[in-house]
Write a protein of this length. Structure first.
Length: 198
């Protein structure tokens, strides 16, 4: 029963944030949408910040699951990397409201210590995964590193590109399908790795 109520609150918060934005959603509206007494929210979440953090974790788990689903074993490093790159864009195309919440998290990470720390952890995990894939590609002879660039710098550039294309897709679609942005991102990032498009 307790878990059910907490889930209702989280779902209501996410639904309202998608509809109205996190900044414009009052806790009383979350309680009403979740069909729970308003004071009950503070039983599960000591502060509004706690609710925001829990929603962020929920969206993080969702995007990670979607992203890793596309990290399938392919015969070549380049093919596997292409699948990895697609994940966030495909997720955002299927969950645009949830992607908007994700960008709200990035805003919070610009100034709030708790969200900054989470962003640091996420960036580190993603960086380790990308670095591993780069080294696998180098071992297979499929990737090369631009002269004068360290793998660490290349990894950071790839992470920045992925976030940039996600933001571009979310804010400047102009009727274009997600495949357009996937191709743009893929061509740019694989070119950094010395892979020419076919």
């Amino acid at each position: 029963m307790a878990i059910d109520r907490k889930e209702k609150i989280l779902k209501a918060a996410i639904d309202l944030w998608v509809k109205d934005g996190a900044a414009f959603t009052r806790l009383s509206a979350v309680a009403k949408a979740a069909k729970v007494p308003a004071p009950l929210i503070h039983y599960y979440f000591q502060s509004e910040e706690d609710l925001h953090f829990e929603v962020t974790l929920r969206i993080r788990d969702e995007i990670l699951a979607y992203h890793l689903k596309h990290l399938v074993k392919k015969t070549g490093a380049a093919e596997g990397f292409k699948e990895y790159l697609k994940g966030p864009l495909l997720w955002a195309s299927h969950q645009p409201g949830h992607a908007s919440i994700w960008f709200y998290f990035y805003y919070l990470a610009t100034y709030h210590p708790r969200f900054k720390e989470l962003n640091t952890q996420l960036k580190k995990t993603g960086s380790e995964r990308i670095t591993l894939m780069i080294y696998e590609g180098i071992e297979k002879g499929e990737f090369s590193i631009p002269q004068g660039m360290a793998v660490k710098d290349l990894t950071q550039e790839i992470q920045a590109q992925m976030n940039g294309y996600l933001l571009l897709f979310m804010t400047e679609k102009h009727g274009r399908d997600v495949s357009y942005y996937i191709e743009l991102q893929e061509n740019r990032i694989l070119a950094l790795l010395g892979v020419t498009s076919k």
